[in-house]
Write a new protein. Structure first.
Length: 178
């Protein structure tokens, strides 16, 4: 039986990115609980496609999934004035900050003293920047380089095996326009 102290809340941006992190966290002795919190997604349709894929991954690993209801207005209010920022610019930093703040709050609410994010597995994301945002938000953030040891390759292999929905953009309407 895994003790409560070993629980970790894993913010999941999408199922593809969360597969390998879930398995690695389990190997590390954690009991991951997935937190699907993505108000940045450009539509409820996209949110639901990603959520359905996330459910498949959580069922595959037999772990709990907590879903934050879709609330795009929260994201739009958080990044107001940054709509024309380039991809990977300050708007993206704010988007990550919002989701990690919400993950930190959810972890506290659940009595879980550690949290992390699957965002860092993507080669399109800056591990150091995301980790520094997480650490700035809370000392409970655990920076784990999921991309190491072919993590991105492993997570993609799992997504193909499970025939998961694959998206080709981060999810926000501003990135989709570009």
């Amino acid at each position: 039986m895994v003790q409560n102290a070993n629980k970790i809340l894993l913010h999941a941006c999408c199922a593809i990115c969360s597969g390998y992190p879930i398995s690695l966290l389990k190997e590390m002795g954690y009991l991951p609980i997935v937190y699907f919190c993505n108000p940045n997604l450009d539509s409820e349709i996209e949110f639901n496609k990603r959520l359905e894929a996330q459910k498949i991954v959580c069922n595959h690993f037999n772990i709990e999934l907590i879903v934050e209801p879709y609330n795009q207005q929260e994201y739009l209010n958080y990044v107001i004035g940054l709509e024309d920022e380039p991809e990977k610019g300050f708007r993206c930093d704010k988007c990550i900050e919002l989701r990690l703040k919400k993950t930190s709050q959810k972890a506290k609410e659940l009595g879980i003293n550690k949290f992390t994010t699957s965002l860092v597995i993507s080669p399109h994301k800056n591990y150091e920047k995301i980790s520094s945002i997480g650490i700035k938000i809370s000392q409970d953030y655990v920076a784990i380089p999921f991309r190491k040891n072919d993590g991105f390759l492993k997570t993609n292999q799992l997504s193909k095996e499970l025939n998961l929905y694959r998206q080709n953009y981060c999810g926000c309407k501003f990135a989709k326009k570009k």
